[in-house]
Write a protein that binds this ligand. Sequence first.
Ligand SMILES: [Zn+2]
Length: 251
Amino acid sequence: MLEVHQFPCLSDNYGFLLHDPDSGETAAIDTPDGSEYLRQAEAKGWEITQIWNTHWHPDHAGGNKAIVEATGATVVAPREVEKLSPIDRVVGNGDSASLGKWQARVIDVSGHTNGHIAYHIAKADMAFVGDSVFALGCGRMFEGVPEQYWNSLDRIRNLPENTLLYCAHEYTQANAKFALHADPDNAELRLYAARIDEKRAKGEPTVPTVLSRELATNPFLRADDADLRDRWGGTSPAETFAALRTAKDHF
Ligand SMILES: [Zn+2]
């Protein structure tokens, strides 16, 4: 079975180490903090053999150099990561990455940055989505445009509903406040928000989240919903998404 080791990193990032016991391979999913990743891998008795980056931001690829120097790991990344680190294999939409016998399909989820990708491992029901989508939220649209970002979210919406989404930040409690503002009549969202408050009060992570629940509660994945369109405007889901994203930026 594929093992995921999740740990807090920097102020609100999550680090993920993905380990395949059969081959002994370990992938660092993004590298917010190289030395913390190396410590965590050593504590597990794992050696990092690959780095899979989702996008170029320093809290996602800034630790590549330290990890490669310490382990010789192979860097798999979208081309934009060249801004920060050399890449051994550039990947984009439809490509795959493998860890032992496990295959991850690369999905274009651009919008937060123009080269942002996610890694979907269908046989393990998991996807590493970086800053494209969060529990009850999505990334800021730093580089992309609304139609592009909405199409990216639509690709995530079309993954199997039981997919676990490994988001890169613990932003859920703040996201829930905006989600309740955006979609106040959503009963399932209210229940979910209450559970999030309980988890955070105990210091527990809210990541990963399951896609089926996000489809019912995350306003950014529901920009094609009639209630949200009526409330936020727009003549297309991309326009409703844009209105929600702008509102969240100023919330
Ligand atoms: Zn980012």
